[in-house]
Design a protein around this ligand. Structure first.
Ligand code: FAD
Ligand code: NAD
Length: 467
């Protein structure tokens, strides 16, 4: 029996970051992971592999559609999907190996096996060979993450009716890919295969894609994706998806309540993710999950049992790697007696389509609903010299500011490099900047960030300079 100050179950961005911070703060730390590699969903089957394939497919798309306009002639272009997947796998293994190094460096004891509660202060680790080790501990952090969700009638068979995990490892480019759910996963992985030549058709329950983001972003992104060949079906209620051997048949009710049928060679189910607690034996610790499958926590991320904390996808809030990381650091510092803070209103969200969509703060719809008086500043990428130089003229920056105080309440960007640009807005909003504050900051020329300055000028008093 080994004794620790803290045992963390799950090595995703929540768990492994928490382990590093606990070790930095002098705690004797154990990290349990049921798979052979560390890094969780994010590194193994999420953020990193999806971005690797997004980058590869974007290179192909650029070579096929834009190189000629840049004066670059290429010979016969071909896709080697196996090589593309192999490169993605190498990126994943290098990144996972990096976590092994970090655990080693910080002297975190890593146990591979399924972690389950024996009691509130004892965790059993059962490895692949069935060998059990019991760890005793003062504190426990549950960071077991999430798994793909699905609804009755759309159960993935992982062959033709697939989740994001299988979509990252396809052996062929589908001729036609149906995507249930026009959210982040559907549009990112749909983009990968659309760029590689698949016909992609989205069947979405809501009346727009990325329905939790600002409606202007949904509208603009839809325009771009339609040009790439995406087809969209909104207000559709999926009833059944069936693997017919060499194809899938999907039936759904459309807005008018009529039954419609879709046919494709693969169907990606991307209707959200659900918290994962299987095998944890929560009852032994006196814990249970709520009706959404989450572990409930208070403002300090502590569960109903003192000394047991939960972080990341397993608890309320957006299912994002950087949110899980912040919570990992928060819990470590709180356990060490510090007074950490997370500003949940300023967690940025990014969709890695091309162009990218990135946002922080309130959407226009949320401000309307809250009855906040606001003003809007916008600036299109096509008015930027930098965007014209790189042929990335699609997109815009939209800034929402308080009508009376000018404080920035939300920033929404669709355009090249939006994922990186959004950090200017996050920093400004963390310091409660006004639109005029951003407008008066010198932005380098020529850069895409000038669109943020111009949108801020537009929000301040409609005095954008370059339009
Ligand atoms: P996870 O990363 O899910 O890790 C949980 C770990 O716990 C897993 O390794 C699991 O094996 C382990 N575990 C579970 N139960 C046990 C047990 N009983 N014993 C031992 N180990 C256990 N987010 C972003 O911010 N940006 C992105 O670009 C992005 N892209 C994504 C792309 C895809 C295709 C997917 C699926 C997700 C993406 N996400 C992205 C979401 C992101 O991956 C998650 O929000 C993040 O991984 C959550 O971290 P976590 O630490 O809470 O859990
Ligand atoms: P999501 O919540 O982003 O999108 C799910 C979509 O499915 C929504 O548009 C929803 O309206 C739709 N939907 C729900 N039920 C449906 C039904 N029965 N029929 C048709 N459509 C339905 O979820 P996701 O795309 O599966 O991603 C899961 C999680 O992973 C998200 O929380 C996301 O934050 C995270 N993720 C993040 C990134 C990123 O940060 N770039 C990338 C991938 C995944």
């Amino acid at each position: 029996m080994e004794k620790f100050d803290v045992v963390i179950i799950g090595s995703g961005p929540g768990g492994y970051v928490c382990a590093i911070r606990c070790a930095q703060l002098g705690m004797k730390t154990a990290l349990i992971e049921k798979y052979n590699t560390l890094g969780g969903t994010c590194l193994n089957v999420g953020c990193i592999p999806s971005k690797a394939l997004l980058d590869s497919s974007e290179h192909y798309h650029q070579a096929k559609h834009n190189f000629e306009a840049h004066g670059i002639k290429v010979g016969q272009l071909e896709i080697d999907l196996a090589k593309m997947i192999e490169r993605k796998n190498e990126v994943v293994s290098q990144t996972c190996a990096g976590i092994d190094y970090l655990m080693d460096k910080n002297k975190v004891s890593v146990f591979h096996g399924i972690g389950s509660f024996k009691s509130a202060k004892e965790i059993t680790v059962k490895d692949n060979d069935g060998k059990e080790t019991v760890l005793t501990t003062n504190k426990v952090v549950i960071a077991t993450g999430s798994k793909p969700n699905y609804f009755p009638g759309m159960e993935p068979d992982k062959k033709r009716i697939i989740t994001s995990t299988e979509a990252l490892n396809l052996k062929e480019v589908p001729k036609k890919l149906l995507v249930i759910g026009g959210g982040v996963i559907g549009l990112e992985l749909g983009s990968v295969y659309a760029r590689l030549g698949a016909e992609v058709e989205v069947v979405e329950f809501a009346d727009r894609i990325i329905p939790t983001m600002d409606a202007t972003m949904s509208k603009e992104l839809q325009k771009v994706l339609k040009k790439e060949g995406f087809k969209f079906n909104y207000n559709h209620r999926v009833k059944n998806v069936e693997n017919k051997g060499d194809k899938v048949i999907l039936t759904a009710d459309n807005k008018k309540g009529e039954e419609v049928t879709f046919e494709a060679d693969y169907c990606l189910v991307a209707v959200g993710r659900k918290p994962f607690t299987e095998g944890l034996n929560l009852e032994a610790a006196g814990l249970k999950t709520n009706e959404r499958g989450q572990i409930e926590v208070n403002d300090h991320l502590e569960t109903s049992v003192q000394g047991i904390y939960a972080i990341g996808d397993i608890v309320r809030g957006p299912m994002l790697a950087h949110k899980a990381e912040e919570e990992g650091v928060f819990v470590a510092e709180y356990m060490a007696g510090q007074k950490p803070h997370i500003n949940y209103d300023l967690i940025p969200g990014v969709v890695y389509t091309w162009p990218e969509v990135a946002a922080v703060g309130f959407t226009e719809e949320q401000l309307k609903e809250k009855g906040v008086e606001y003003k809007v500043g916008q600036f299109p990428f096509k008015a930027l010299g930098r965007a014209r130089a790189s042929m990335d003229t699609q997109g815009l920056v939209k800034i929402l500011a308080d009508k009376n105080t000018d404080e920035v309440l939300g920033v929404h960007i669709i355009g090249a490099r939006a994922a990186d640009m959004i950090m200017e807005a996050v920093t400004a909003m963390e310091y409660r900047a006004s639109a005029e504050d951003i407008a008066r900051i010198c932005h380098p020329h020529p850069t895409f960030t000038e669109a943020i300055k111009e949108a801020a000028l537009d929000a301040t008093d409609k005095r954008a300079l370059h339009i």
